[in-house]
Design a binder for this molecule. Structure first.
Ligand SMILES: [Zn+2]
Length: 281
């Protein structure tokens, strides 16, 4: 199993995020796994995860370089990690950041969370980064949807502006685009490299309703959906996320795609010429 929506922050940042979830963000949810570092990685292994991302995001200037450095150091320590960094437009010189994280650190892509960073996806300061990513085949994982509690629903529209300009940019829409499923699906119809992750889909129904695009969505986009959990910032057991997907009874072939092979092809890890990796069967 490969999990493309795992967060991996330094302990101090995780503590701040958990405080936010539990107290400030409408008391959204309590965190089941308050884990960081080696324990975080060990827990994923226990859950059957072979490879996982290191999604990070910044909400203030200066934080992104610190997080990118942290991920770079961590990827050597934890070989199962698929390193992802982030870019904060307010830091300036975004093309320099892109060179650092892609050329020096070899990251697979970046995570952008427009609601946390208060920077829109179509902010032109990101364009040099997108241009570099499109050329290098790097992946943008972003959270354009308004779920669970964000006030603006213009994310898909802004992402469309980005993709119109950079149509070959590999993009993963987190949470299947919740709650703007239709607009997110339309992006997948119009752009070849648009994917979806499953984080929080089909679980956590007590906090927000309508958290699944439905079984037909999974059938239609079977080649574009990658498993993601949002670990460790989740208020339920990891396997609840797995069960929420297997309960759709999509069949072994589609499940293999969602839990593993779609991610491998998106990451470029399934061709003989790609980076050699120690992937368990
Ligand atoms: Zn997340």
């Amino acid at each position: 199993m490969i999990d493309l929506h795992v967060h991996f922050f330094p302990e101090s940042v995780f503590q701040a995020i958990w405080r936010y979830f539990e107290t400030e963000s409408h008391g959204l949810w309590t965190i089941t796994y308050k884990l960081f570092g080696p324990e975080h990685v060990a827990e994923l292994e226990r859950q059957g995860v072979e490879r996982f991302t290191s999604l990070v995001y910044a909400h203030k200037p200066g934080l992104a370089p610190f997080l990118n450095d942290f991920v770079n150091q961590s990827q050597e320590r934890f070989p199962a990690m698929i390193p992802f960094g982030t870019v904060f437009a307010g830091d300036g010189d975004t093309s320099r950041t892109a060179r650092t994280i892609f050329e020096n650190y070899g990251f697979y892509g970046i995570k952008l969370h427009p609601f946390v960073s208060q920077e829109d996806l179509d902010d032109t300061r990101f364009f040099p980064v997108y241009e570099a990513m499109e050329g290098l085949g790097k992946i943008l994982i972003c959270h354009p949807g308004s779920a669970p509690v964000y006030g603006k629903a213009d994310g898909p529209h802004r992402l469309r502006r980005v993709l119109t300009r950079f149509p070959r940019l590999k993009t993963v829409i987190a949470h299947c685009g919740a709650f703007e499923y239709e607009q997110a699906a339309q992006l997948a119809e119009d752009f070849e490299f648009v994917y979806f992750d499953t984080a929080m889909i089909g679980v956590h129904v007590d906090v927000f309703r309508g958290n699944s695009p439905g079984r037909d969505f999974f059938l239609r986009y079977r080649n574009r959906i990658v498993f993601g959990s949002d670990f460790p910032n989740i208020p339920y057991a990891y396997q609840d996320q797995v069960a929420a997907l297997t309960n759709l009874h999509l069949g072994p072939e589609i499940e293999a795609q969602i839990f593993r092979t779609n991610a491998l092809s998106l990451l470029g890890l399934n061709s003989p010429s790609s980076q050699t990796l120690d992937l368990r069967p």
